[in-house]
Design a protein around this ligand. Structure first.
Ligand code: UDP
Ligand code: MG
Length: 320
């Protein structure tokens, strides 16, 4: 059998025709200088400029280059997912195609994975060349992700430049817009040796960013879903059922208390207001209704997760 390549570099791109040649030459030079065997996998995410023609052209000059083209634009996560599936190298890198990430970082990151034994090394754009509109919300985003994921040592979750031991990317699945959370998904899959390396970041040279401000709203919602799925995905009833039961119980006990007090007062011939004139009655009622709804949601969630194909999929590290 042929030895596996040292390095696979996955580069998702959408309308980046101006950068590709420069990027590919630069990577080629770094790989050659360090004597790595490598492959570059360009995943063209349905570009409508001449990106694909450039990739075809590059491939004729360099056999280490591979290309995959989507028929339409699916998003960066889809590109990464398909690119990951095609990799054959021992260490897999992801990079943006816009020349904001520097290929000069690759040898050091490779060494960290190979020699220091990390599962994942994430780039940290300590000094960023992005507009303030982006860098300030990004700080909040990273702080929230650190808290919710428990990965305390990453400053920059969404850096495009990352290195992975190949098992990691063959195990985790990136979908939707989850590319922002690959370290989080990796950690929950059991790959806990995660670290970062300060990397050089450059201003975008050509073209413009493909993500607008909606990235922050979507990113936040994704963080909620991913936290929920990893914690309760396999046992939704534990969340909804307990919340629902508590709410129902509080509502039920309050309603019962109101009813019993009413009967007691009647028996003592004390004049009291109607039960329906008591504002607490409505709060109790609402709480019972919401409690039942939550309970039903948990029950439905349980039925769904029970019939899911990967309900018994676990990540087995070793067997002897
Ligand atoms: N990208 C992609 N599909 C998309 C949007 C972006 O493959 O639908 C690629 C893009 O070409 C680039 C990388 O994802 O290589 C990062 O995008 P961008 O530089 O626009 O993001 P930013 O640096 O502003 O976070
Ligand atoms: Mg960029």
């Amino acid at each position: 059998m042929k030895d596996a390549l040292d390095i696979s570099i996955v580069i998702p791109l959408f309308n980046e025709e101006e950068s590709l040649k420069e990027l590919s030459d630069w990577i080629g030079k770094v790989m050659h200088d360090n004597k790595f065997t490598y492959e570059v996998i360009f995943v063209d995410d349905g570009s409508d400029d001449s990106s694909w023609e450039v990739i075809e052209q590059l491939k004729t000059q360099n056999s280490n280059i591979k290309g995959i083209k989507f028929r339409r634009n699916y998003g960066k996560s889809a590109g990464l997912n398909v690119g990951f599936a095609a990799t054959t190298g021992n260490v897999v890198f992801t990079m943006d195609a816009d020349l904001q990430d520097s290929p000069d970082e690759l040898p050091d990151m490779y060494r960290m994975i190979k020699e220091e034994g990390w599962d994942l090394v994430s780039g940290w754009k300590k000094k960023r060349y992005d507009p303030l509109m982006k860098t300030i919300p990004t700080k909040f985003f990273n702080a929230a992700t650190r808290r919710m994921s428990g990965i305390k040592n990453l400053h920059d979750f969404n850096c495009g430049l990352k290195a992975y031991r190949s098992e990691v990317i063959k195990t985790v699945e990136v979908y939707g817009e989850m590319h922002r959370y690959i370290p989080v998904i990796a950690k929950w899959a059991g790959f806990s040796k995660i670290t970062e390396k300060v990397v050089i970041h450059q201003e975008r040279k050509y073209g413009e960013t493909k993500f607008g401000l909606e990235r922050f709203v979507n990113g936040f919602l994704d963080l909620l879903s991913i936290t929920f799925i990893s914690k309760f995905g396999k046992r939704p009833m534990h969340l909804f059922g307990s919340l629902g039961s508590i709410m129902f119980l509080i509502g039920f006990l309050s309603a019962a208390y109101i009813g019993i007090m009413k009967i007691y007062h009647l028996s003592q011939d004390v004049k009291t207001i109607l039960v329906t004139d008591n504002p607490y009655f409505y709060i109790a009622l609402t709480s019972m209704v919401l409690g039942s709804l939550l309970f039903v949601a948990g029950f439905l969630g349980e039925l769904i997760s029970r019939s899911s194909v990967n309900r018994n999929q676990y990540n087995i590290e070793k067997e002897i």
